[in-house]
Design a protein around this ligand. Structure first.
Ligand SMILES: Cc1cc2nc3c(=O)[nH]c(=O)nc-3n(C[C@H](O)[C@H](O)[C@H](O)COP(=O)(O)OP(=O)(O)OC[C@H]3O[C@@H](n4cnc5c(N)ncnc54)[C@H](O)[C@@H]3O)c2cc1C
Length: 404
């Protein structure tokens, strides 16, 4: 390894991380006539964009407000989201050839269903706007000097220190190390004396172990529409049973609000009342067994699984008041005690990150370190499932580009 002297650069800013936030920042800076250098440790940019949404990239959500973001300061994302709105994302993507197609719940995907179209749009814009992308370059440290910042890089095995007056940390969060995820943004923040809030995997499947695990395993592959909640949030979407626990959109959503040791609650018939349904049914079909009734309502497999918890062999006419209460509790307030989560390898995002108190919500510049900016997932702003995280990444990239 050879050491080099600090190299002056002719860029207005160095952007660390060629992901959603870094690429948008480079392009928007280019529109303003500025020049940036994007340093990316992978051999290509946009690794997470490429695999997102099952390779289709759910790039925004029509219903975005600051309320779909988790942060110690729930108002922090307002300014960036107002400066770069969902309409801005849609028209920007359309202008550069990507028509959106709404799937469920306001989720927008490219009409072509190809996430790679988005990465290609950004790389070709960077090229047209003379923004330089340097891959295979890991940034190992950032230091402040009297005139700006020294950025220590490793390009293959070559060590080089670059100088820039402004630095943007867009190095993402902790999920999925093999895609380049690192704690770099958090380390830089700490090295500058900035606070970092506790991080944990979010939008992540939850595991069940011990005596309860076989119950979940027997239902592996089954999916039901539920309301899932705890005392902080509630979501109505599908849950998916697996041999190790629970997944599916409703579980991923609640996982961002779950803390180890806590229960989550599941209503398997949201918006309906099982006691009323049974009362109506037994007027017509009192001899029907509870098992058959539940099999019609859900699936036979699911009804069988409930047989350990309920008097399923009784016919509807003979169910007592206590039976009805047990059925109601089980169906409408099923208690789940996850053992843990599948961790950063299976999480889509992380909660926590650079403390928003350390940043200007308007510019995302560090309050104590002028010229240093943090955007995207490394900041303590975490979106719900459904395109919100990319909307935050685009918005924060745009906002930073205005100030570098
Ligand atoms: C499986 C999966 C599916 C997802 N699907 C969606 C979806 O459909 N919709 C949605 O809104 N969100 C989705 N997300 C979340 C979304 O991908 C992230 O929120 C978003 O990519 C964050 O953007 P970012 O620019 O902050 O970070 P990233 O996109 O992660 O980019 C950070 C970049 O920095 C690079 N880097 C890290 N450290 C260094 C370093 N020291 N030196 C140089 N480079 C470095 C990384 O290699 C990476 O390329 C998904 C995430 C996953 C894991």
């Amino acid at each position: 390894m050879t050491a080099n002297l600090t190299k002056q650069t002719h860029f207005d800013a160095i952007i660390i991380g060629g992901g959603a936030c870094g690429l948008m920042c480079a392009v928007q800076a280019g529109f303003l006539g500025k020049r940036t250098l994007v340093l990316e440790k992978n051999d290509r940019v946009g690794a997470k964009i490429l695999i997102s949404g099952g390779g289709r990239c759910n790039y925004t959500n029509l219903h975005t407000t600051h309320k779909q973001f988790i942060s110690q300061n729930e108002h922090f994302s307002r300014s960036a989201l107002a400066q770069w709105t969902v309409d801005d994302t849609i028209s920007f993507f359309e202008t550069y050839g990507i028509e959106g197609k709404e799937k469920t719940l306001g989720q927008l995907f490219p009409a072509t269903n190809k996430a790679k179209d988005i990465v290609e749009m950004f790389t070709s814009l960077c090229n047209d706007l003379d923004q330089q992308i340097q891959c295979n370059t890991e940034v190992v440290a950032v230091r402040q000097t009297s005139e700006g910042f020294e950025v220590d890089t490793l390009h293959y095995n070559r060590q080089e220190t670059l100088f820039a007056t402004k630095v943007v940390i867009a190095s993402g969060g902790l999920p999925i190390q093999k895609l380049g995820a690192s704690d770099f943004g958090l380390r830089v923040a700490r090295s500058f004396g900035m606070r970092v809030t506790t991080t944990s995997p979010a939008l992540v499947p939850l595991t069940i172990t011990g005596k309860d695990q076989p119950w979940y395993e027997q239902l592996s592959g089954n999916s039901i529409f539920c309301r899932v909640w705890n005392d902080r949030a509630s979501f109505e979407e599908n849950i998916l049973f697996t041999h190790w626990g629970l997944s599916g959109p409703a579980i991923l959503q609640i996982s961002s609000y779950w803390k180890p040791g806590e229960l989550i609650y599941v209503d398997m018939l949201p918006g309906q009342d099982i006691a009323e349904l049974i009362t109506t049914e037994r007027e017509q079909n009192g001899k029907k067994t509870l098992l058959n009734y539940l099999a019609g309502l859900f699936t036979k497999k699911f009804a069988d699984a409930l047989s350990g918890h309920l008097p399923v062999n009784k016919n509807l006419a003979s169910l007592s008041k206590t039976d009805m209460e047990s059925i109601s509790n089980l169906i409408h307030e099923f208690k789940v005690k996850p053992a843990g989560s599948k961790g950063y390898d299976k999480a889509e995002v992380m909660t926590g990150g650079v403390d928003t108190d350390e940043l200007s919500s308007k510019t995302l510049e560090a309050k104590k370190i002028p010229g240093l900016f943090f955007g995207g997932e490394c900041v303590d702003v975490t979106g719900w499932l459904g395109g919100y995280n990319f909307q935050w990444a685009w918005a924060s990239g745009f906002v930073i580009a205005q100030s570098i």
